[in-house]
Design a protein around this ligand. Sequence first.
Ligand code: NAP
Ligand code: MG
Length: 397
Amino acid sequence: MSTPVVEMDGDEMTRVVWRLIKELLIEPYVDLKTEYYDLGLENRNATDDKVTVDAALATRRLGVAVKCATITPNRLRVEEYNLKQMWKSPNGTIRRILDGTVFRAPLTAKGIKSYIQGWTKPIIIARHAYGDIYNCVEDVANEGENAYLLITDKDGNELRRKLVHSFGKGGGICQGVHNTCKSVESFAKSCFSYALSQNLPVWFGAKDTISKIYDHSFKDIFQEVYEKEFRAEFEKRGLYYLYTLIDDVVARAVRSEGGFLWVCKNYDGDVFSDMVATAYGSLGMMTSVLVSPDGVYEYEAAHGTVTRHYYKHLKGEETSTNSVATLFAWTGALKKRGELDNNVPLVNFAAKLEKAAIETIEQGFMTGDLIPLFESKGVTPQKLSTKGFLEKIAEKL
Ligand code: NAP
Ligand code: MG
């Protein structure tokens, strides 16, 4: 390797898996160069979360990062880790700095059947990674208080004011969200470009009938970008762009055979990527990449830190945690680094490692989450431990 990848370590079971992947499958074969940032919760707390910002800035500078799953602290975690404060979601911080779009694709292996019988082709989710509730401002309001949406000029002089609600008995809650035209536009561009790169049609759903300014702007900006820059190429290839209401997209998706890019607003993408990943088999089989408009890539698994398995691991019990998504985060980053640096052996190595992982599963060796999904003539699936599965891949490799 000539250029390092940014390595963001994380928490709990995925931190354990991270170490094993490096030790068993990467370091023996690659002269690995990384710029290491420890995003484990203890170190985020110790650095007042500066480490997360540093890691995101390093990603901007170097272009390619690989990230381990991390804890987003809630009240329980604040107690468990004795935190100075309830630190924000690291992914939120990174996405805010890099902007861009998160693409999530299920990893498929022969024999692993989808819960939704009709889904024979992958559905790739494109999640907008900026704004909405992930950068919201919220507050409680007491009885007799009013909440307003207030727009000022740059000096703070009031321009427009709209009443959100006058709170009565019992008070309530309110939330302010925003997005920027620039971010939505670059989201649209990266979705259409990515769809072309994968030769897929694009489906996008929002709630423009209810949200006549906010969601409607997403719809309008997408349509404009499509007409101006993409329609011709889509039509030439027999692809299409479909906009419809989000609930209609959900209904159509379930009835479909898959094989499209499903564009989601930030929250929808959060929710539906878990649904899609689970439907295709397991959360452990979903990869995720954040692509920024200026061509910066951050690879990760779509799942979390698999807390339940980690507590078992701490008790010395054997675990069977699926490491495939985390492994593909590594191979994705190495492949991209290799492409950018014209490092053919690195690209080839990453591809071989991916192949070895999928073939290991296809030949019946897998982690517990996949066992109930596996059906392949003449192959009896064998459940392996977290480490045992990775060792089996190493053997195959
Ligand atoms: P999770 O870690 O994804 O796990 C939810 C459940 O899904 C697990 O308990 C497990 O089910 C199954 N699962 C997920 N990944 C698996 C894998 N690789 N192999 C086998 N089974 C897997 O989500 P969570 O429990 O909601 O969140 C745990 C922590 O992760 C939280 O602190 C959250 O903040 C954090 N999180 C981080 C990210 C990120 O960094 N990108 C994303 C989401 C959540 P069984 O227990 O039934 O086996
Ligand atoms: Mg989610």
